[in-house]
Design a protein around this ligand. Sequence first.
Ligand SMILES: [Zn+2]
Ligand SMILES: [Zn+2]
Length: 315
Amino acid sequence: MSELRWHPLLRQWVAVAANRQDRPQMPKDWCPFDPGSGRVPSDYDVLIYPNDFAAFTPDSEPFSPEPGLFRKTGARGVCDVVLYHPQHNLPPSAMSVDHWRKVAGLWRRRFVELGTHPDIQYIYIFENTGVAIGVTMPHPHGQIYAFPFIPPFIQTELDSAANHFRDQNECLYCRILKEELADGRRLVTENAAFVDFVPFFARYPGETQIYSRRHFGSLAQMTESELSELAAIIKAMRMKYDSLYGFPMPLMMILRQAPAKGDWPEFHFHIDFYPIQRSATKLKYIAGVESGAGTFLNDTIAEEKAEELRKTPPV
Ligand SMILES: [Zn+2]
Ligand SMILES: [Zn+2]
């Protein structure tokens, strides 16, 4: 059972899930995600698996905050694990484009399904990968958090997009993409439907974003061919990241989509990658200035990282 507590200083919700402390360190020779474990079908390609240590659960109280300083409310929502592949030690970069296409198809199906849930406002699809990120399980997987509210970074993006649209009468993201394509120095790779670049304003070393060329807000609005192109560009980027230093890059991969409810014509689908390796031997830590002040220190230059990643073959 989980609850949300209001942070009145930062004006955001904190998800309190005491049961997450009991997350086990798995026995070395057993993985619940492996066919034959008894926890998953004996044969699968990709699979939605309920998160056993969920921050949001369907049996929590509904999200219905009362006014007040020390307020709390229910954390009703859903947390899924997305099993990418049955093979335990396969890095996501080694999955075929066809297999990534299956993952993307599953994301889309689950996105649409969760969107019909009356308590769910935002569907957050992401992956943490690498021991340095704190991932306890090497099995290739991502996660879906279906939030009963719009989380703060998403709200900030929605506000930025709405303000830009109001002032400039154009999509903020389409404009950024146009500028990046015209400039070219920060481009990493592209295909018929998507472009990957290191944003001018990158916060993490080697951070990149994938923008769709066409303006739309979510997986639900993607065509079949766009879904295939998405699989191809994710595969290319994952290979580049893992080739950059010759070992699997610890990173976060975040799908940024329009909220589940309502119309968000200014929002534009994109994916963020946050690698935390600032060199072959050094990690980027989210420390005092990032955590306490909210200002990121990035000691890499976007244009140089883009060139490095562009030259790194996707193998
Ligand atoms: Zn496994
Ligand atoms: Zn756009």
